[in-house]
Design a protein around this ligand. Structure first.
Ligand code: RIB
Length: 295
């Protein structure tokens, strides 16, 4: 069984600020850094750190060639990654003193996927293989339809949520991993319990994982529901915490571990990611996660 992550690769310009800039305001940043990120790339890194080397497919622009070396270093297979002309996807990320962030995303190469490229990649995968998707690339509806037709297990992190997701046949998704904001946007519900109930009613065969930041996470499938508390840490930068959780969760599913254990490991990994700055570079190794023992 193989794992394909068809997802975004972004250059993250991260600014340390006293507070997230308000409308009409200009503020001085204390630091600026350029990091490799993108929800897709971060989740491939998290899979790799959790011990699973996935195939990453996606497009980088001309200034994104560092992603190839980084993938090699992390242990991510780049056979199906491509470079296109024009700008790479990039972000402007503000991180405040509490470690909270706010992100402006420019799609760039991530929005240049074609049906031909999707076909070219998917022909290398088969029934039972896992495909991991987020919502930072175009052609998501086609990807879902084609992966489903092949009998692949589709895991969707509907992040960031926008109206383009409404064009997708979400009944074809096997696993949803989403945060509370995305849950509210998808269901119109406002509390964790009602979001999970609405998701479960709409997608009764799917596994649903709702992450709640400091509030922990909830897993639901059929009659089974589990709650996992978050592990308390001092936040430095919350960027990629959700991606870390997602990558570790999918790695646990791939290893066929009990969901209760997967939730603990994914929660610890996400907590550790929050203690470091940056996106992909903040994602911990499994060995660090195993040593992290705060009750
Ligand atoms: O989830 C974090 C990621 O979201 C960042 O790396 C940034 O690229 C944005 O896509």
């Amino acid at each position: 069984m193989k794992i394909l992550n068809f997802g975004s690769l972004n250059l993250d310009y991260t600014y340390q600020v006293s507070h997230i800039v308000r409308e009409g305001e200009t503020i001085l940043a204390k630091e600026v850094g350029l990091n490799l990120g993108g929800k897709g790339f971060n989740q491939s890194v998290a899979l790799a750190r959790a011990g699973i080397s996935c195939y990453h497919a996606g497009l980088v622009g001309e200034e994104g060639l560092d992603f190839y070396d980084a993938c090699e270093t992390y242990g991510i297979k780049t056979d199906y990654m491509k470079t296109v002309t024009g700008r790479c996807g990039h972000t402007i990320i503000q991180v405040d003193e509490k470690g909270q962030n706010s992100i402006v995303l420019f799609g760039g190469a991530n929005q240049k996927n074609s049906k031909e490229y999707v076909d070219e990649v998917l022909k290398n995968f088969d029934t039972g293989d896992i495909i991991l998707l987020q919502n930072e690339i175009n052609e998501l509806p086609y990807l879902i339809d084609q992966a489903f037709a092949k009998g692949m297990t589709i895991v969707l992190n509907p992040s960031p949520y926008d109206e383009r997701l409404e064009e997708c046949d979400l009944g074809k998704i096997s696993v949803f991993l989403l945060n509370e904001t995305e849950g509210q946007q998808m269901t119109g519900m406002t509390t964790p319990a009602t979001i999970v109930a609405a998701m479960a009613a709409s997608y009764s065969n799917a596994k649903i994982v709702l992450t709640l930041g400091e509030g922990g996470s909830i897993y639901h499938q059929g009659d089974e529901e589990l709650y996992q508390a978050a592990f308390e840490v001092k936040a430095v930068d919350t960027t990629a915490a959700g991606d870390t959780f997602t990558g570790y969760f999918v790695a646990g599913l791939y290893k066929k571990l009990p969901v209760k254990d997967i939730l603990i490991t994914a929660s610890k990994a996400a907590a550790l990611a929050v203690t470091k700055d940056g996106a992909a570079k903040s994602i911990p190794f499994m060995s660090e996660v195993e040593l992290f023992n705060i009750d």
